[in-house]
Ligand binder design. Structure first.
Ligand SMILES: *Cc1c(COP(=O)(O)O)cnc(C)c1O
Length: 427
């Protein structure tokens, strides 16, 4: 019985009806796709308006029965079908396969990233895993060496056991990416700016190298957010977010998102998600969608506060080195200015030693000592001992991730209070 009516058994072709949802199509900024929605206000908002307007409206329709302006939380595992094997809208058969709250979120991220489709996952790592799971045993991945620590752990300790091979490179150097390509390379995976070293890679240049070698490019855009950087517009095939961070922005959800501008790739990801099961819950989708509505306003303040804190730290005699792509002293500032429209609230500094790191981070009052980033509240983290503890020590040292490195996620509090907090512990 199970497997017949539970939404798993009937579809053999791997096609999720959600892929061509009118809401997702309506979110296409070019308006090129066929749109079936009758609501022209929301449809037009998604097509023609600029980022802030799309952050509020794209993917979202008023609920048809009551007109509720907020997307309802469809907290259901299954749907009643009018006839045997005829789910409503051709897809509402089971909650893993289709959920309207999730589809609204997917339409939103597709629009904000300049894509045609969005795919929501239970976490950022589940989103990255799904992109890599398109590959088969024997395939090869070229990855930036300084990715999120959990990404490296998944590649080295889970996916490599299944027969995938990974080569790590410093993607600042495009010739290193090109040199690592092999005939069996199917994916290049980068993060820019990287966490926590704030290294950048030239997305357009790396996309060309990947495509020339017959591979696709995925960009983990978590650090920049779609407000500051849109990799699909620069030639990437997948933009990935840990929506846990800036996209949701309120430190109350773990989630992942992928945006794509190719229908066949989207279908593959819907199929992988349905088959592997890493779906986000409806409540988490609702909260993330609610968070996105203020993404542009939050990011403006994160960008301003980040720059102010970075400048202040750079002038401080007790700080050895500040890593922030928005400072002219950053060795890739020119690329940052070309590829990004803002530089976020992520600032890393080197204070020289573990003792000084502890003395500083444990006595801040406004900055909370915690992992994660991108929320409205300011956080501080010691990567070598916290977020990146799972990265092998030799690799950490090679990247310059010393125990004296501190990473700040500058929130959207009043910046004077943030600087006063830093001033007190540095005095
Ligand atoms: C946090 C993070 C991830 C992992 O996301 P989760 O939502 O924690 O699974 C991936 N990439 C980057 C850059 C991150 O910061």
């Amino acid at each position: 019985m199970i497997g017949v009516n539970d939404g798993v058994g009937r579809r053999v072709a791997g096609v999720s009806g959600g892929a061509v949802d009118s809401r997702v199509c309506a979110a296409h900024p070019s308006g090129a796709t066929n749109v079936t929605t009758e609501d022209s206000m929301h449809h037009e908002a998604a097509q023609h308006f600029s980022f802030g307007t799309r952050a509020i409206h794209a993917g979202v329709e008023p609920e048809p029965v009551t007109g509720a302006i907020m997307t309802p939380i469809f907290q259901t595992s299954t749907y009643v079908q009018p006839a045997v094997g005829e789910p409503r809208e051709g897809r509402y058969d089971y909650g893993r396969t289709a959920n309207p709250t999730r589809e609204a979120l997917e339409g939103s991220i597709a629009s904000l990233e300049g894509g045609t489709h969005g795919v929501a996952f239970a976490s950022g790592l589940a989103a990255i895993e799904a992109v890599v799971k398109r590959l088969s045993a024997g395939d090869h991945v070229v990855s930036e060496e300084n990715t999120y620590g959990g990404t490296t752990r998944m590649f080295d300790h889970v996916l490599s056991r299944l027969g995938l091979e990974f080569t790590y490179v410093d993607a600042r150097d495009e010739s290193a990416v090109a040199a690592a390509m092999r005939p069996e390379t199917k994916l290049v995976h980068v993060e820019t700016p990287t966490n926590p070293m704030m290294k950048l890679c030239d997305i357009a240049a790396v996309a060309e190298i990947a495509h020339d070698g017959g591979a696709l490019l995925s960009v983990d855009n978590t650090f920049a957010s779609p407000f500051n950087q849109r990799p699909l517009e620069l030639g990437a095939d997948f933009t990935i977010h840990s929506s846990t961070k800036y996209v949701n922005g309120h430190s109350d959800v773990i989630g992942g998102l992928v945006a794509i501008r190719d229908e066949a790739l989207a279908e593959e990801l819907y199929f992988i998600r349905k088959s592997s099961g890493a779906v986000p819950g409806p409540m988490d989708c609702f909260l993330t969608l609610r968070g996105i509505k203020t993404l542009h306003v939050r990011m403006e303040r994160h960008n301003a506060n980040g720059l102010a804190v970075a400048r202040w730290l750079e002038d401080h005699p007790r700080i050895d080195r500040v890593l922030y792509p928005g400072l002219p002293s950053h060795d890739q500032h020119e690329l940052a200015a070309r590829q990004m429209s803002g530089f976020t609230g992520m600032v890393s500094v080197d204070v020289g030693s573990l003792e000084r790191t502890k003395a500083l981070t444990e006595h801040l009052r406004v900055f909370a000592l915690a992992e994660s980033l991108g929320g409205i509240e300011s956080l501080v983290n010691v990567p070598a001992l916290m977020t990146h503890g799972s990265v092998p020590e030799e690799r950490r040292e090679a990247m310059g991730m010393t125990p004296g490195l501190i990473r700040f996620s500058v929130g959207i509090e009043d910046v004077d209070d943030l600087i006063a907090d830093l001033d007190r512990v540095l005095a």
